[in-house]
Design a protein around this ligand. Structure first.
Ligand code: FES
Ligand SMILES: [Fe+2]
Length: 350
């Protein structure tokens, strides 16, 4: 599968990479080992020793370097071998190292050309690190499906009515509207659900005596698979600022063509000191993704057999508009990247 390489991908929540420990994870089909150096700075190296290809993530950290578990070569943060217990250091003894960025509570990895790793290319997820204004819970899931199927699921929230109990509403009316907007390479999907009873999630936070209110679920997508959702519930016809809102991040990183790392975080601006509520919300959201979305997407992936949805000529609904647009934008960016790479290699060869 051809991925967009010159982009930041979420590699881990920052607390998953702890001092003195190695974390092995695969991104874009490539095994990577993550750890923190003595100063606490995260490091990412290719997780394959160049001697007999042992996984470095099964080794240990010694003197600020990873010691291979097989014959003891040690590799430092730059990827260079810094110690050979059997003699001098061979010239070819190094592994690739990847640029990292620690931001918004996540460690982001750049799997493409290191010279192009620009922090400005990361979409804004400041809300999920804004602890002054929000109470925030987060989680991680592994989904056995292509990452674009998960993007499709998130850009088409019409499934919530059928799939979800805690965050969906089977009473959703046919007055629901779906709209889509494209700004540069950002795709927006707007879903307004006027005059409906609150979902179980909003029953916890909407303090109105009315029986129905206006619900919204507006999703922002940026390539390759980084989504920010704004959901909220207000009294009918009132400005959205009057009701509780819950922005959430849904950040997907392909592990392989049929496996996806799913990092999520949900921030609420209401009842922020209520820790019991935080636990209920974490459980409800984790359950919605793990027990409702995940099995559905995995079943679809299993039926499809291929990771390439479009090769199966799927039936299209109006609610698919944003997802299809995001797929087109991503395909265009991948194509541009590939043709720039081949132009660069042709120039280098001539
Ligand atoms: S496989 Fe790593 S030192 Fe031999
Ligand atoms: Fe869902």
């Amino acid at each position: 599968m051809t991925y967009l390489r010159n982009a930041w991908y979420a590699a881990a929540w920052d607390n998953e990479v702890a001092a003195g420990q190695l974390l092995g994870r695969t991104f874009l089909d490539q095994p990577v080992v993550l750890y923190r150096d003595e100063a606490g700075k995260p490091v990412a190296l290719a997780d394959r020793c160049p001697h007999r290809f042992a996984p470095l993530s099964k080794g240990k950290i010694i003197d600020n370097a990873i010691q291979c578990p097989y014959h003891g070569l040690r590799f430092g943060a730059s990827g260079a071998c810094v110690h050979n217990p059997h003699g001098s250091i061979p010239r070819a003894a190094y592994v690739a190292s990847f640029p990292l960025l620690e931001k918004y509570g996540l460690i982001w990895i750049w799997m493409g050309d290191p010279d192009k790793a620009d922090p400005a290319k990361l979409p804004d997820f400041s809300i999920i690190a804004d602890h002054d204004n929000y109470a925030i819970v987060n989680g991680y899931l592994k989904i056995e499906a292509n990452y674009q199927l998960v993007t499709d699921n998130l850009l088409d929230l019409s499934h919530a009515q059928f799939v979800h109990t805690f965050i969906g509403n089977s009473d959703s009316s046919d007055r629901n509207t779906f709209e889509m907007k494209v700004e540069g390479s950002t795709v927006w999907a707007y879903n307004n659900m006027p005059g409906e009873p609150p979902t179980k999630l909003w029953q916890l936070m909407w303090k109105s005596t009315a029986k129905v209110g206006d619900r919204r679920a507006n999703m922002r997508w940026d390539a390759p698979s980084h989504l920010l959702l704004d959901v909220g519930f207000t009294d009918c016809g009132r400005p959205t600022s009057e009701g509780p809102s819950m922005p959430s991040a849904h950040i997907l990183t392909p592990e392989t063509e049929k496996k996806t790392h799913y990092f999520w975080a949900a921030a609420r601006d209401t009842m922020r000191d209520d820790e019991e509520l935080s636990k209920i919300i974490w459980k409800g959201i984790d359950g919605a993704f793990r027990l409702e979305d995940e099995p559905m997407i995995e079943d679809c992936q299993a039926r499809m057999q291929t990771a390439d949805l479009m090769s199966l000529n799927p039936v299209m609904l109006t609610t698919d508009a944003a997802a299809i647009r995001a797929r087109r934008v991503l395909a265009m960016l991948v194509e541009q990247e590939q043709s720039a790479d081949s132009t660069a290699s042709a120039a280098a060869a001539s």
